[in-house]
Each structure stands twice: as structure tokens, then as C-alpha cells.
Design a protein around this ligand. Structure first.
Ligand code: C5P
Length: 220
């Protein structure tokens, strides 16, 4: 069943959205389905890697042949990722919420007659990719994603350096593309070597090519 260039290599993949609690029944989330991250985890496992998939809340099935750790919030995702270090390769696909509610309520926030909505003070979440990209146990190969709706390449190039990544897989998630939550993806691979433009592919095909590309870069 195919060559195993990543045999014995430890890989961490993040996937899905995060849920940031407002109170016990409400949360802030985003439209990520986990399809792309889960497919990448599956293809890396097929190439022989020992894959830990740290997933936010998704409704799709666990991919075959990978260890799945389920989390809800960005802080839980960071804790699970750092606990899974050291690793040879890290692939950060999750659409982590940039902000969370500063102090989530212990009880459901009640609607109060005549008082208007409760204010939600937000605070910044940890950046998991950036933390791992600059970590003392940094994996040898670190891959990030950049979902943008404008200035896709310029933003991806800035992210490479700032986040300590070797590759940024950039995609345009403007609503008209149907990429967020959809089955197809059109990506560009941004690295110090330049920009690779990939054609419009299914998310599974993007995952297969990316797993092969990662194996090639890891061996170089
Ligand atoms: O800065 P931006 O969110 O566009 O960066 C996207 C990349 O950073 C993705 O690889 C994403 O998984 C990762 N990221 C992260 N933790 C965050 C925000 C983004 O790991 N808090």
C-alpha cells in the first residue's frame, strides 16, 4: 500500500474550529469544518507517519490511522499540542479563534428587562502556530495555513517570518470561493523558496499533495 517516507516520524496536526465559551450554553465559533485538516492527517498517516490530530469541535468522522485528541477552546488546543511535543513535523490547519471572552460566566447570562445586551469583553487567544514555531522543541518542519479574504500572498509572506513557519499554505476564503466549509480548495504554498500555485483541487487531493510535499521537504 504505497511507500512510507514518513515511517516512524511523529507529526502533530491541528484541525477544525475552536469554541470559545461565553457562558455554559453559548460560545463564539467560526465556519471551519475540519475537512482539510482531517484529510491532511489521514494522508500523512498513509505515508507512514505517527500522527496526533488535535481537533476542535467537528461533525466529520475521525480519520483512519491517527490518534485524535478532542478539544474545544484555543487554550485547550495549545495545551494538547505542547503536550504532544516533541514532534518531527507540525501542521497547523485549525481555524483558531483569535479572541475569547475575557471572563466566561459560570451561569447562563440572563436577559434583563430594559437593560439591553450584556457587554462581551474580548481578549486575545494564544497563537498556537507561533508558539510552536518559536518553541525550544520546535519540530524540524512547521507548516501553517493562512485563510485570507484579501492580499493573500503578502499576508502569507508576513506570516512565515512572524510565526516561525517553513511553509504557509495560503487560500482565499472569500465567501464567493465556497472554500470555507466546502469540498474544494485552491491553495498557494508560500516559502522562502517562493510561491507554488496549485490548481483547484478537492480538499482530499490538496491533502494528498501536501503530505507528499511535506515528506519531500522533510527529507531534504
Ligand atoms: O494569523 P492567522 O490566524 O491568519 O494564522 C493562521 C495560521 O496560524 C494557521 O496555521 C492557524 O492554524 C494558526 N493559528 C494558530 N493559533 C491561533 C491563530 C492561528 O495556531 N491562535
Amino acid at each position: 500500500d504505497g511507500p512510507k517516507p514518513l515511517k516512524g516520524r511523529r507529526v502533530i496536526v491541528t484541525s477544525g474550529p475552536t469554541h470559545e465559551p461565553i457562558d455554559p450554553v453559548r460560545y463564539i465559533a467560526n465556519r471551519s469544518s475540519g475537512k482539510q485538516g482531517h484529510a491532511i492527517a489521514a494522508h500523512l498517516a498513509r505515508l507512514g507517519a505517527d500522527v496526533t490530530l488535535v481537533s476542535g469541535p467537528v461533525t466529520i468522522p475521525d480519520p483512519a490511522g491517527v490518534e485524535v485528541i478532542r478539544v474545544e477552546s484555543a487554550r485547550e488546543m495549545l495545551a494538547a499540542v505542547t503536550a504532544a511535543l516533541p514532534a518531527d513535523i507540525g501542521v497547523f490547519v485549525a481555524a483558531v479563534a483569535d479572541w475569547r471572552v475575557a471572563t466566561s460566566a459560570d451561569n447562563k447570562i440572563k436577559k434583563k428587562e430594559g437593560e439591553g445586551p450584556a457587554p462581551l469583553a474580548l481578549t486575545e487567544n494564544p497563537d498556537i502556530l507561533k508558539t510552536v514555531g518559536h518553541h525550544e522543541n520546535r519540530p524540524r518542519l512547521v507548516v501553517g495555513f493562512a485563510a485570507e479574504t484579501a492580499d493573500v500572498i503578502a499576508n502569507a509572506e508576513a506570516k512565515l517570518a512572524r510565526k516561525g513557519a517553513d511553509f504557509i499554505v495560503a487560500n482565499d476564503v472569500s465567501p464567493a470561493t465556497g472554500i470555507m466549509g466546502g469540498d474544494r480548495n485552491r491553495v498557494r504554498i508560500v516559502s522562502k523558496q517562493g510561491v507554488e500555485d496549485w490548481p483547484d483541487l478537492s480538499k482530499d487531493e490538496v491533502a494528498e499533495r501536501l503530505a507528499a510535499r511535506i515528506a519531500e521537504a522533510f527529507q531534504a
